[in-house]
Design a protein around this ligand. Structure first.
Ligand code: RI2
Length: 320
């Protein structure tokens, strides 16, 4: 079943990247809804809520995941017939996947306008939104080059340099700790986001915040490419973004850890870049300063705040 497979692949990071995770979860929900055989609407809603809850807990930080699931699941409210509810949910899933794909393309077009001929761009991790801006600028004929970081411990930088190489973009590959060393050669930093909070802070791959600090010190532009569904509505109500800590064997092999009993390995996957280090956030709805994060959550998230309140109350995370 696609649901079980998707849950495992997201947990193991075979499916990764905030936008891809969201689309994969929505596809799994859609397939689950299509194949679910139930006796009545209550059972249908109950089973869908369990599936949504399992998907939502696969990775805790990327807000695109709960936002996408909430959007699709809110198609369930109101319907009293199984087939109508099924059709509403499937329609929402198709809409999310279409809009998400289109959002990444649109961000590429908008972000590319900020890139000038001759620019050197530093990127960190592997963001389809950030790479979309870079590749669109290159395809528009701008002569640009990229500095890409390695991204310890999972080495997502390898994915980035393969993509940039395939696009024919001149790229330098560096270890994460070399970012400060090269920052004065950089015209612009472009990264993606896993979450944007109501105060405009950006949660992204561990190592993003020190790069933003170096860029701030060097007066280098720091741009975040993020679809509106990366903005975190629950931060409006005081909820904090949970920073995922993954297995420490990603950092040091277990036998080596065991040989060092006084050493505790830590493996946080994301960090928080304060709004004051961010020049612009490029979304599919346009370019905003981080100080306008509230406005995006309030008006541009793709569904009304009233609808959000409804789904916020319908907390399926308690169902399993
Ligand atoms: P897009 C990734 O998380 C990185 O932090 C990346 O910057 C972010 O998702 C956004 O990616 P991970 O899944 O949605 O590698 O822009 O932990 O592709």
């Amino acid at each position: 079943m696609l649901l079980t497979e998707t849950v495992e692949k997201i947990k193991s990071m075979e499916i990764r990247g905030a936008g891809r995770i969201a689309r994969a979860a929505v596809e799994a929900l859609q397939e689950f809804a299509c194949t679910l055989r139930v006796k009545d609407i209550d059972e249908f809603k109950g089973e869908m809520m369990k599936a949504a809850s399992i998907l939502e807990t696969t990775r805790p930080t990327a807000v695109s995941l709960p936002n996408a699931i909430h959007y699709v699941m809110s198609g369930l409210s109101g319907d009293h017939e199984v087939e109508k509810a099924r059709a509403a949910l499937i329609l929402r899933a198709e809409t999310f996947i279409h809009d998400s794909t289109h959002a990444v393309e649109r961000i590429g077009e908008i972000g590319a306008r900020h890139i000038q001929n001759g620019d050197v761009i530093l990127t960190h991790c592997n963001s389809e939104a950030a790479l979309g801006c870079i590749i669109t600028a290159h395809r528009a004929g701008k002569d640009i080059s990229v500095i890409a970081t390695e991204v310890r411990p999972r080495n997502q930088g390898l994915l980035t340099i393969r993509t940039l190489n395939d696009a024919g973009i001149s790229t330098q590959y560096i270890v994460d700790s070399a970012a400060r060393h090269f920052i004065n050669e950089v015209d612009m930093v472009i990264v993606g986001a896993d979450a944007v909070t109501v105060n405009g802070a950006v949660v992204n791959k561990i190592g993003t915040a020190p790069i933003a600090l170096a860029a701030h010190e060097a007066r280098t532009s720091f741009i975040v490419a993020a679809e509106t569904y990366k903005f975190a509505p629950r931060t409006l109500f005081g909820e904090l973004i949970q920073i995922e800590e993954r297995n420490t064997n990603e950092v040091l092999p277990v036998p080596l850890q065991e040989s060092l009993p006084h050493v505790r390995v830590r493996n946080p996957v994301f960090d928080v870049t304060p709004a004051s280090y961010i020049d612009l956030i490029v979304t599919e709805r346009g370019v905003f300063p981080p100080s306008l994060a509230y406005l995006i959550i309030r008006e541009h998230l793709g569904w009304s705040i009233e609808e959000f309140h409804k789904t916020f109350e319908m907390d399926y995370r308690d169902q399993v």
